[in-house]
Write a protein that binds this ligand. Structure first.
Ligand code: ADP
Ligand code: MG
Length: 238
């Protein structure tokens, strides 16, 4: 995780590093305390387990990495691109093309159906659409089946589903179209053990197949062994 191996010798269009975070600091309010984050590098295809006490800045770090919050200090490169050198529109498109994000609060689109939420990234990104091995609808159906969402729920508005089901819809939306990087914020918090294990198996098998890098936040330290690396945030403020 810590070595820099941006050799460019692979045949993939991407460099070997999925994330390079350097000197990151963020303050929610100007003049107030700054959250400081450790430097880290995550190589393509590798999986990082991020943990730390509540309030230590895990969700803030994910928002920085997703290109949704500009850091006060430091740089972030995702798949070789310096995120905050991009304009806001280009950064949104970069996220749509290359990142699957499972937010702690899911951020599903409330007026859309289950199926429409899952296929949304393929409508926002031609790259994600082209990555789908089947039609977009079939790809979505495969993910929903693998995550045990009953078929009679697929045309329902997401708000009619249980919290655990909504979390799995958010997971399917992140996985569709094989993004290069998955950022998952406590993605199993609302799931029972069976659904948690089903999701982890799907996530890691798809990640292996597509050489996707995964940054996975969880309180559940028993899951750490599934990941190549661990990073702890201690809530240190600089
Ligand atoms: P974690 O995900 O590890 O629980 P967060 O990133 O959510 O931590 O929060 C880190 C710190 O930033 C906390 O002190 C929290 O109060 C603050 N914070 C988080 N989100 C906001 C926000 N939207 N506005 C202001 N402060 C926030
Ligand atoms: Mg959080």
């Amino acid at each position: 995780m810590t070595s820099k191996t941006d050799s460019g010798s692979n045949s993939s269009p991407f460099p070997e590093t999925a994330i390079e975070a350097h000197g990151l600091g963020f303050s929610w309010h100007p003049g107030q305390e700054t959250l400081s984050f450790p430097d880290f590098t995550l190589n393509r295809g590798e999986h990082l387990f991020l943990h730390g006490p509540s309030g230590s800045g895990k969700s803030t770090l994910l928002s920085l990495l997703a290109g949704m919050l500009r850091p006060g200090n430091g740089t972030i490169r995702v798949l070789g691109t310096d995120l905050y050198q991009l304009g806001a529109g280009a950064r949104d498109q970069f996220r749509a093309d290359h990142m699957g994000v499972i937010f702690q609060q899911f951020n599903l689109v409330p007026y859309l159906t289950t199926l429409a939420n899952v296929t949304l990234p393929c409508h926002l990104s031609a790259l994600r659409r082209d990555n789908a091995e089947l039609t977009v609808a079939d790809e979505a159906a495969g993910l929903l089946r693998a995550l045990a969402i009953p078929e009679d729920h697929w045309q329902r508005k997401v708000t009619k589903l249980s919290i655990g089901q909504q979390q799995r819809i958010a997971a399917a939306r992140a996985l569709i179209g094989a993004p290069g990087l998955i950022l998952a914020d406590e993605p199993t918090s609302a799931l029972d053990t069976d659904n948690r294990d089903r999701f982890l198996e799907l996530l890691l098998s798809l990640a292996h197949r597509h050489k996707t890098s995964v940054l996975f936040v969880s309180h559940d330290r028993s899951l750490a062994s599934h990941f190549h690396h661990q990073l702890e945030l201690r809530g240190s403020r600089g």
